[in-house]
Design a protein around this ligand. Structure first.
Ligand code: UTP
Length: 298
């Protein structure tokens, strides 16, 4: 079935082990980039792309996400009484433009499983999946770019980025079929390979954290068994779907940061701080004053 994209799923039930100990009692989606939790960047991207219905897949220990996207009555009246209007507006901007629904993924059985538990909330319509870890600075927003492609091709669209050959082993990599001219940056998928060795990779086009999916993905995921580590992988569900219908990839235009690992998070923090009018200048001066030779002896 075709149609416009009205709902965005945010899988956020993973354990965030790469960020321990920070993620022991705090969801990694709530780690802060300057002054906003990581997940808020993704939610704002969805809203700016015309998708205000947000479905967050949560699990144990993720209550802070629900509190963040809930109206904070006491805080709002406190700010109102003290005439702190700018802050009040900032706080209201988080909740006012969105409808949020939550669904629990009892056990973290993989990204494919996280998508599968949203089945009843999605119903029979196409939808977006945003992995909040991937924060993308883009204009138009990354999801909007993908929706435009989806409206043209009327099939699942996966976001991809060209990565360095030494990095292919960290991603799902796509083999593409070049016979059809689908316009700039759009390709038809021939095959998907999860984390290939450098020498086996069919390309350097890596799947990143944005997907437009059609509801037939749910049956494909149902039929996809658990892998060796007991998880249902979204990539495996997509491979199955590929047997039944064309699937496309789109090379996003923008700057992506993978904030799910420590180095990526630090890079994102510096990147976004340098783009903040109120912080850029003093922060740049501070960075320039640093002795960058200081380091751990190896
Ligand atoms: P990741 O593997 O990057 O996240 O999953 P993780 O498991 O939280 O982190 P590490 O690897 O242990 O450090 C990609 C996305 O899928 C979600 C995660 O929350 C993340 O947004 N996810 C993953 C689920 O919602 N459920 C799962 O069972 C697995």
């Amino acid at each position: 079935m075709s149609g416009t994209i009205r709902k965005a799923v945010f899988p956020a039930a993973g354990l965030g082990t790469r960020f321990l100990p920070a993620t022991k009692a705090q969801p990694k989606e709530m780690l802060v980039l300057v002054d906003k939790p990581v997940i808020q960047y993704g939610v704002e991207e969805a809203v700016q792309s015309g998708v205000p219905n947000i479905i967050i897949v949560t699990g144990r220990g993720k209550n802070a996400i629900e509190d963040h996207f809930d109206v904070a009555v006491e805080l709002e009246s406190y700010l109102e009484q003290r005439g702190k209007t700018a802050l009040l507006e900032e706080i209201r901007k988080i909740t006012a433009p969105i409808n949020v629904a939550y669904v629990r993924q009892g056990e973290p059985l993989g990204l494919g499983h996280a998508v599968l538990v949203t089945r009843n909330l999605i119903g029979d319509e196409p939808f977006a999946v945003i992995l909040g870890d991937d924060v993308i600075d883009a204009n138009p927003p990354a999801l909007k770019q993908m929706i435009d492609v989806y409206e043209r091709v009327q099939g699942p669209v996966l976001a991809v980025e060209r990565v360095a050959p030494e990095d292919v082993a960290s991603y799902g990599i796509v083999a593409i079929d070049e016979r059809e001219d689908l316009g700039p940056r759009v390709h038809r998928v021939k095959d998907l390979v999860e984390k290939p060795r450098r020498e086996d990779a069919p390309s350097n086009l890596a799947i990143i954290g944005r997907y437009i999916l059609t509801p037939d993905i749910f049956e494909a995921l149902e039929a996809t068994g658990r892998d060796g580590s007991g998880e249902i992988q979204l990539t495996n569900g997509l491979r199955r779907l590929l047997q039944q219908r064309p699937v496309y990839v789109y090379e996003i235009e923008g700057v992506r940061h993978d904030t799910g690992n420590k180095l990526g998070f630090l890079k994102a923090l510096v990147y976004f701080a340098l783009r903040r009018p109120d912080l850029a200048e003093p922060f740049r001066r501070y960075l320039e004053s640093l002795d960058l030779k200081i380091g751990v002896e190896t």
